[in-house]
Design a protein around this ligand. Sequence first.
Ligand code: SAM
Ligand code: SF4
Length: 462
Amino acid sequence: MSNTFIDVSRINQNLSRTSDVSPSTVLDILETAKKAKGLDMESTLILLQVEDPELQEAMFEAADYVKNLIYGKRLVLFAPLYISNYCKNDCAYCAFRASNSDIARRFLTQAEIRLETEALLRQGHKRILLVAGEAYPPGKDLDYVLESIDTIYSTWVDGANIRRINVNIAPLSVEDFRRLHDAQIGTYQIFQETYHPDTYKKVHLSGPKADYEWRLYAMDRAFEAGFDDVGIGVLFGLHDFRFEVAAMLQHIQHLEKTFGLGPHTISVPRLEPAHGAEIAMDPPAPVTDHQFKRIIATLRLAVPYTGIILSTRETPQMRREAFRMGVSQISAGSRTNPGGYGEEENAEEQFSLGDHRPMEEVIVDVMKLGFIPSFCTACYRLGRVGKDFMDLAKPGLIQAYCLPNAMTSFAEYLEDYAKPETREMGYEMIDSMMDDLPGEKVRQHVAEALEKVRDGHRDVYL
Ligand code: SAM
Ligand code: SF4
């Protein structure tokens, strides 16, 4: 195997060293983790392997503590928008794989993208994750994606538009990344799927994605092209989760060392059943619910300032439990087929979803759990991205912005989209959170901003 920053033998050595440690060692690690300065690989691997229920509970509490310290009680909401399922890769786990002739290939025209965006705006969404398979539709090139971004940003419904588009499309060359960056997107996101080189080879059978290193160095090219915010992830279920998390830490360390900046977000997709993808029905390294919760809590403690994204692949129950373990962003009301928001049937979806609830139901649930749903896009719009964001996030200052902006953006949602009973519940929550704001001056600013929202002003943020 070639020489990359993923050091397989070092991970394996650490794995064998960390499988059996005393409870006091675990408790010491949790104390260190609560300082929110992150953890090294050895401590991370120890936490990932904690089986004792009491120690696990202590770990979940520590993760909740750190998440609150950094982000407060807010959960950012977004929805994916699939623009095309054309793909030239053969990923053994995905329904969009080139060899799956059972699905109809489809890409959205700009008019259809506008309709999908309108449907999402009517639900109250302000953030979209644009997703596509790795092939431009017939006769198209990168311009198709750039035009789609432009279409989404320029679609308005009742005075509202999408304020941040994150993008999950195949890795590009530095030159093409520059063009994507110029389209004013938020985070560029791509998952390595598995960092384990041999497993990677087994599940990526053909196409450009079969090149492990091209994908591994995608974030390097994105940073070189000028991106500030990138999102990484692993598709859990393909290889041993402990190896994957350790390798993800090596990826983060590599980015920090090379560019002075780690990823903005980490996604934690778990393999879900997908049509025409046997491996997805019977994952080679399944991750149990218990292990999954440990992964999320450990990540929150190991890289405290990084956003953790949980999608609707997971069931409502798992999502509820994961919120308190450090998840900071969730998708809601999602469809994973192109054209899914305008259609009754979910034909040609990429994989099965675990959470089918409409957005408002998710919002009510999130509130009942004590979290405030946030549609905030302020940091990105004010240029608080990349290192500037991390400099704020690391000492916990982001709470002075995150919570106020969660409150104002949620108030907008309540005014414009919520049913009366949701609105009442939402404002009660907002009122109760005034005391959590850091200082009288911030409280005053937020009270004024909320008044503006009630008076009909929109896009009010601090
Ligand atoms: N085609 C591009 C790629 O593969 O990077 C970008 C979009 S792809 C549609 C988005 C992600 O879906 C993949 O990175 C993969 O992790 C995830 N995915 C694919 N099949 C899945 C499955 N059966 N269950 C859960 N997630 C899956
Ligand atoms: Fe194509 Fe992405 Fe699915 Fe692989 S995961 S088959 S690249 S859409």
